[in-house]
Design a protein. Structure first.
Lengths: 71, 216
């Protein structure tokens, strides 16, 4: 998708998987950062995002499990 | 015509020739000693597709390459440039303190998951013992991470993600020049841990340090 994505993917590949990077990204963009209350229509997207994170959780737990036992 | 807001930075920063959500060009809205990186949204709320999240991230990273930034949470949208200027003026003190807090720093993410099997549901007490053991393991894991990595960071914040039981996640605010040192220490820790899988991601914009900590 972007330069950012490939940079992240490379960084993630050292220790884990792309899914972990996506999960870390979601945690930061959706729960971190400066929040504006009131003024902003927070993503109609929220439902999509929840769904996306759940899929990623399943993927990443799976991947982490394999990384852990593979050593 | 509303605008997406990506990050706050010093008033004299220039927008990079990068793009934001929907591949819209980025520009700055300035007010006093602060500026906000924005793009036109065409009136649509962000849909939350993965591509849009990365577009937000890419916009913040492009600015972070040359400036200290306070990243906005995804989905920040205001009516127009004037509303952005009003925000910068109304929260000037808080935003300037935030920029000082993260100045010169980048964020690294650590995620560690014990490889112990999930608690069995055979009996109630057996299950509860399993949950207790899992919490103990997570606590021990957090102490190991804190001991190994917190000394390299200006600030560290730990969390236990609701959606991944037993996992310890942490964010570390690290001086830009200590990035490789931090990564090497994280890689060494990953090797040392034989009962958990550890990952290190970043550098991220300092999302986890955009708001003051509990002690602040």
């Amino acid at each position: 998708v972007s330069q950012a994505l490939s940079t992240r993917a490379e960084a993630g590949a050292r220790f884990g998987a792309r899914e972990v990077t996506l999960l870390d990204m979601l945690d930061r963009l959706l729960e971190g950062g400066v929040a504006i209350q009131g003024d902003v229509t927070l993503a109609a997207a929220d439902i999509d995002l929840v769904e996306l994170s759940l899929r990623l959780v399943v993927a990443s737990v799976d991947t982490l499990g394999r990384a852990g036992t593979g050593r | 015509m509303s605008v997406h807001v990506y990050a706050i930075c010093d008033g004299d920063a220039e927008a990079s020739p990068s793009t934001g959500i929907g591949a819209q060009p980025l520009r700055m809205v300035r007010c006093g000693r602060l500026a906000a990186l924005v793009s036109d949204s065409g009136g649509d709320a962000p849909s939350g597709r993965e591509e849009e999240l990365w577009q937000h991230e890419q916009a913040v990273e492009a600015l972070m390459a040359g400036h200290d930034v306070l990243p906005m949470r995804f989905g920040a949208r205001l009516a127009d440039d004037e509303a952005v200027a009003v925000l910068l003026r109304a929260r000037e003190g808080e935003l300037r303190r935030g920029l000082l807090r993260v100045a010169g720093g980048i964020e690294l993410g650590i995620r560690a998951t014990p490889s112990a099997p999930a608690p069995e549901r055979s009996t109630g007490s057996c299950y509860l013992d399993g949950l207790k053991r899992r919490d103990e393991l997570a606590g021990e894991l957090q102490r190991r991470i804190e001991h190994a990595l917190a000394p390299l960071a200006r600030d560290s914040r730990f969390s236990r993600p609701r959606y991944a039981a037993g996992t310890v996640a942490s964010a570390h605010l690290v001086e830009r020049e200590r990035l490789e040192e931090f990564r090497a220490r994280a890689a060494a820790l990953a090797e040392e841990l034989d009962s958990a899988a550890l990952s290190c991601t970043g550098p991220w914009p300092p999302y986890s340090f955009a708001e003051p900590g509990e002690e602040a």
